[in-house]
Ligand binder design. Structure first.
Ligand SMILES: [Zn+2]
Length: 377
């Protein structure tokens, strides 16, 4: 399996990256990978990095490929976002690293996973390194949309546009890579709305499927203000569970790394001086990260609700059309017969307005309660 295999539905992107590997004279020092969440933009950046360090152009089985994909290659650094933004301190550290001569590989590669979270100050710190790069340094920035990255930075990057992978492409990957039954793979792929990681979770985790059905039942269940408050709480809790799916494993791994690097296990649990401070700082970073992931997860729930209401409109105005939420087709049909098209559109407006408010940093519980009250119509 080569490093490119998981970039499903991204043929043109893979072709253009492979062309650069084949002809290094066309290399550019700064790249900007954009695409919707779950489309695999940071996987594409990692695959490109692996292919550049691999003696065989990204075979997927050599040591260089394994180290890059496993996050342990000394010449490929992932610039992490601990909180809601990447600060100037992390940016300066990355600039320093970009100037180093590669230890093993051919390039010194910096992957900035959430370039849209660079503060202006941090972006300015990167700018000089991107404008006048060290001969061996490469910057791979990743963001949802080109417009989210400061114009002075993005104008110096070569764009790589990831598409939302098709339902067929995701279903194919789940079947071939994860051995998931093709019918289940297809339903999960459709429900994920192009998000590969979410599709895999829905295909493999029955609890995640049950929670999804529970959430999609909300628009039909709320009939009083009291129920609005409960439903808002339910969404916050679901987001917390989704965030835990991602954050728990990372937290545990980081804690065990910390204990190992301070020799806590080796000394039978005795903690050396300085360890407590390092632990506090790690815990703080992890809390910030969890908050950010939870915020993204709330948006994920809202996108699911939006798709449900769109399916209801489709069922009302064009009966028999393909549904995103085929797994809850009975609920879609029930809502389509109970609601008027106008009130369904009102629910869609309420969700869109809520996403806008959250984007502007509104308190989640309040914004969600307000949205739910828009469902009562
Ligand atoms: Zn390789």
């Amino acid at each position: 399996m080569s490093v490119w295999d998981e970039l499903v539905g991204q043929g043109p992107v893979v072709d253009s990256l492979q062309a650069v590997i084949a002809d290094p004279s066309t290399m550019t020092h700064a790249w900007l990978f954009t695409g919707p969440p779950g489309s695999g933009r940071s996987n594409a950046a990692k695959a490109f990095a692996a292919a550049l360090q691999c003696p065989n152009g990204g075979c997927g089985s050599c040591e260089a490929c394994a180290m890059v994909l496993g996050g342990t290659h000394p010449d490929v650094a992932l610039v992490s976002t601990d909180g809601l933004s990447i600060g100037v301190k992390e940016a300066r550290e990355s600039v320093r690293r970009a100037a180093l001569t590669p230890a093993l590989g051919r390039w010194q590669i910096l992957i900035v996973e959430d370039a849209d979270r660079l503060t202006d100050q941090a972006a300015n710190a990167l700018l000089k390194s991107i404008e006048e790069p060290a001969p061996k340094s490469l910057w791979f920035l990743c963001a949802t949309a080109v417009d989210d990255v400061m114009v002075t930075v993005r104008s110096r990057c070569r764009p790589v546009l990831m598409r939302t992978p098709s339902v067929d492409a995701i279903a194919g990957l789940l079947a071939s890579r994860d051995g998931i039954d093709p019918v289940a793979a297809r339903a999960a792929a459709a429900a994920s709305q192009g998000h590969i990681g979410r599709a895999k979770l829905l295909a493999t985790d029955e609890k995640a499927r049950e929670r999804r059905q529970q959430i999609l039942g909300i628009p039909m269940r709320v009939t009083s203000l009291g129920q609005c408050l409960v439903a808002a709480q339910e969404i916050v809790e679901e987001a917390g569970v989704r965030a835990a799916d991602i954050a728990d494993a990372a937290d545990t791994a980081e804690l065990s790394n910390l204990r190992e690097s301070w020799g806590v296990e080796a000394t039978g649990g005795r903690k050396p001086g300085g360890y407590a401070g390092a632990l506090t700082s790690l815990t703080k970073d992890q809390d910030r990260r969890r908050k950010r992931i939870t915020r993204d997860a709330i948006d994920g729930v809202l996108i699911d609700l939006l798709a449900f209401c769109r399916d209801v409109v489709a069922a009302q105005v064009a009966p028999g059309s393909d549904l995103v939420n085929a797994d809850v087709a009975a609920d879609v049909a029930a809502a389509a017969s109970r609601w008027t098209t106008e009130s369904t559109l009102g629910r869609i407006d309420a969700i869109v307005e809520c996403r806008r408010a959250l984007d502007a940093n509104a308190a989640p519980q309040l914004a969600l309660e307000r949205m739910m009250s828009g469902f009562l119509a």
